[in-house]
Design a protein around this ligand. Sequence first.
Ligand code: LFR
Length: 485
Amino acid sequence: MKRYLAVDLGASSGKAFLGSVSADRLVLEEVHRFTNQPVDIQGVSYWNILALYDNILQALNKAAVQHGDVSAVGIDSWGVDFGLLDARGQLLANPRHYRNMIGTETMGRVTDQLGKRWIFERSPTQFQPFNTLYQLAQMVHDDAPVLEQARTVLNIPSLLSYFLSGVMSAEFTMATTTQMYNPALGDWDGDLLNQAAIDPSLLPPIEAAGTVLGPLLPAVQESVGMAASVILPTTHDTGAAVASIDPGKQDTMFISTGTWCLAGMVLDEPRTTWDVVEHNFANEGCWGGQYRLLYNGTGLWLVQQLLAQWRTTDPDWDYEKLTELARRAEPFVSIIDVNAPSLQKMGNMEQSLRSVMNAPEDEITSGVLVRTALEGVALRMAWTRHALESITGCKIRRVHMLGGGIRNELLCQFVANATNLPVITGPVEATAVGNLLGQMAAAGEIASMDEGQQLVARSMAGPSYEPRDQRLWEEAYGAFRTMID
Ligand code: LFR
């Protein structure tokens, strides 16, 4: 039996799963799990890229110890961030965390200079201050010394795959998150890069998801105790997650849940009408060259941050305890927009949340804080449903939630209530599963992605939810609309 190792890097943790096909089922085996803890130095937050790489080596080694060999390894991660390599292929600096860009003026400066419409016509993704385009434009603006030495920009999965294989690459699904990729050209947009004073030669050629990079470097093979090929799966985590499910006819809204709630629909072509920009939707690349028309909303970020904050004084806090308190808390004590910029920064989340809540201090218990955050996520998803219908003209009849956030049954129920739609769920490990399917398709283990998605549907479907408490949620949605419009 052939085994494939998926390394899935999220903004707060990393996981490695072995996947194989047995008795017509996809079998997942977790081999390694680790925290992804950014490191703050003097006000700048960095990814601990060496710790991430070291954990990938540990995962490979554990797989070797348990099973002798694996056929391939593939890495996916969050979007937009990158490392810079010098002329000898050495990493020049620690990759920075995209959240440093929140509250900065660079996106405004670049869009004022080039025009939002001009940028969108070339690269029709969501305008986010942290897109690679703006991160690089900021370095240009600041005359960052590393840029002078830099010869190559690699997004995180490509950087780590390069450490393993020695091969530099870019991958289509990740490229579409940068706002430097032009779907009409099928390539980086040279005009856009030149106008932003970014040297186009920094960017390697773009490969399709499912490209085999080559074998592990000999030194890596020696250190982990096995040989394997390195494959570029769908390297953007959201793309990998969505690749794990049959996106259905255009009557289904998927929501990939985790730190973010990424909601949308899979289409054959990017949607480039101006209302996409007005609603701040993205066109992100999918396996096989399709596109997700997608809204990038805050997911469990607020709850993750509350938990991290409360744990510093009481290590007994965990998700179950938080969710139970939220379940028992008073509904709709305050309605918030979970996408508010003040909630996106790292720091004292309890205080940030309290300051956007419109309720007497003594009513804001821990349970209320968590419940307000979850209700807010669900209300944003209801808004996303209506926005998606208005942009596409399609009628959405059900929601398919996938990813780690579906473990939170309260969130799934709230999404059913807020959207007034039935919710189906699964798989929990959508990103790793989508990553595995990409490797299996590349290696010929499955004949097509469709076949893989059916395999997943047979192997790992989760519970379903029906909408409840309609009057209460409709009223809350009305209040939410008034607040954001
Ligand atoms: C989700 C995600 C989103 C992207 C955000 C930052 O993990 O990849 O798609 O907008 O992280 O990169």
